[in-house]
Design a protein around this ligand. Structure first.
Ligand code: 13P
Length: 253
């Protein structure tokens, strides 16, 4: 059976002491309160990875992710952090192709594909993000957009490689807006994604791929989003910065 996952993407928030505090609160609450078999992932900023990693080491349910990695292995790329660097400080996962990377920093599907390959080579599990803008949805192009993101960034991977990828559907219009996708909208796209994987790689791989929903997910709407058959958890932004709220979301799975 595929994994249930709730991941917190802290984005560019918290200084180092605040990040350690937040992580320790989450770990304590997860240890005390979360009984289900869920994989919890924390994605703090690069600067916090090692420290947060040390804190969560003792908690079997809580894992570490980077929010991004460089598109080259190493070398003269000032300001970049490579996949092997984040692996070496304890990250197991890495978020790739987040809409903020695509829209603010101009990452395209080709670059996303390179980062996914590098992270897989390094032994990380990529969390691949896809999703349409409001304009694309309003003009009925959402399936087409998701399809090209999958085709161009993921579908050159081997069966072995794709089996290590987590997918996150994050409609751009839902990120940080307070307007989440409806349960129906989420299930429709998640089903489309799973079906595309099935057509390309077969049923056993599509059945075991975790597909997360992200975009204004909170403890009030998480239950109806997570109860869909093709929604395997969430990638949470703003609501992951408050330990109580984040753990309440985790408990909805
Ligand atoms: P919000 O939960 O703040 O809408 O952000 C979602 C997101 O971008 C997670 O990666």
């Amino acid at each position: 059976m595929r994994k249930k996952i709730v991941a917190g993407n802290w984005k560019m928030n918290t200084d180092y002491p605040q990040g350690l505090w937040l992580a320790s609160e989450v770990v304590n609450m997860v240890n005390d309160e979360v009984l289900s078999n869920v994989t919890v992932i924390l994605a703090p900023p690069f600067s916090h990875l090692y420290g947060v990693g040390q804190l969560i080491k003792e908690s079997p349910k809580v894992h570490l992710a980077a929010q991004n990695c460089g598109s080259e292995k190493s070398g003269a790329f000032t300001g970049e952090v490579s996949a092997s660097m984040v692996k070496s400080v304890g990250a197991e996962y890495v978020i790739i192709g987040h809409s903020e990377r695509r829209h603010i920093y101009g990452e395209n599907n080709a670059m996303v594909e390179r980062k996914i390959k590098l992270s897989l080579e390094t032994g990380l599990y990529p969390i691949f993000c896809c999703g349409e803008t409001l304009n694309e949805r309003n003009s009925g192009k959402h399936f087409q957009v998701i399809n090209s993101q999958l085709e161009e960034a993921l579908f050159e991977l081997t069966e072995n490689e794709i089996s290590r990828v987590v997918i996150a559907y994050e409609p751009v219009w839902a990120i940080g807006t307070g307007v989440n996708a409806t349960s129906h909208q989420a299930q429709e796209i998640h089903h489309f994604i799973r079906n595309s994987i099935k057509e390309k790689y077969g049923e056993s791989i599509s059945d075991s791929t975790s597909i997360l929903y992200g975009g204004s997910c909170n403890s009030k709407n998480a239950k109806e989003l997570f109860c869909n058959p093709d929604v395997d958890g969430g990638l949470i932004g703003g609501a992951s910065l408050k330990s109580r709220e984040f753990v309440d979301i985790i408990k909805m799975i």
